[in-house]
Design a binder for this molecule. Structure first.
Ligand code: PNS
Length: 169
């Protein structure tokens, strides 16, 4: 938090994603980003066309993230269906935080960061490296394992584990 001439500047970041559903890898990035900012907004993109449509509704995805982050007082969760830089402006965030996993993420993330900078150079993109344990973890892999009856315990927060069992039963 910066104080200039009596004005208080809250440093707000956003962690955007589809979060269908939120994984332990996402949660690790959110926790580490929450420690760096006064205030962190998790932006849930509606992404209706992604991979044949998300498994969880926007409300379900928001509720799961809210439950998984209830121990983080400076984190809030919102949906968005606009350009990410417009959403950043709407919520007053100056930094987009992305998790970076294995090399496969790099090209796509590099492209998105460059395009977002082109759209609004006031919004900075920052990357946090995934820890090795979560380097190859993704929401789609979790859904695939769960849909074949495999255990995803530990790969996702417990609330998501239960929600997946209910959704896929
Ligand atoms: O979890 P995902 O699906 O990898 O997240 C991708 C997301 C939602 C961050 C990205 O698709 C996005 O920023 N969507 C908003 C639309 C936008 O701003 N597109 C231009 C950036 S290239």
């Amino acid at each position: 938090m910066l104080r200039e001439g009596g004005r208080v500047d809250v440093k707000r970041g956003i962690v955007p994603g589809t979060f269908d559903p939120v994984t332990s890898g996402h949660l690790d990035i959110i926790e580490r980003a929450a420690a760096l900012f006064d205030d962190l907004v998790v932006g849930v993109a509606l992404s209706p066309n992604k991979g044949g449509g998300p498994l969880f509704t926007p409300d379900e995805r928001v509720a799961l993230i809210e439950q998984a982050t209830s121990h983080l007082p400076n984190v809030s969760v919102r949906t968005f269906d606009t350009l990410l830089v417009s959403f950043a402006e709407e919520v007053g965030a100056s930094v987009i935080v992305k998790g970076l996993r294995a090399m496969t993420d790099f090209e796509r993330e590099f492209q998105m960061a460059a395009l977002n900078w082109r759209l609004d150079s006031k919004v900075e993109t920052m990357f946090i490296m995934a820890i090795p344990e979560y380097m190859y973890l993704s929401s789609s892999a979790v859904k695939e394992i769960a849909s074949h009856g495999g255990s995803v315990r530990g790969l996702v927060p417990d609330v998501v584990c239960d929600a997946l069992s209910r959704k896929l039963s």
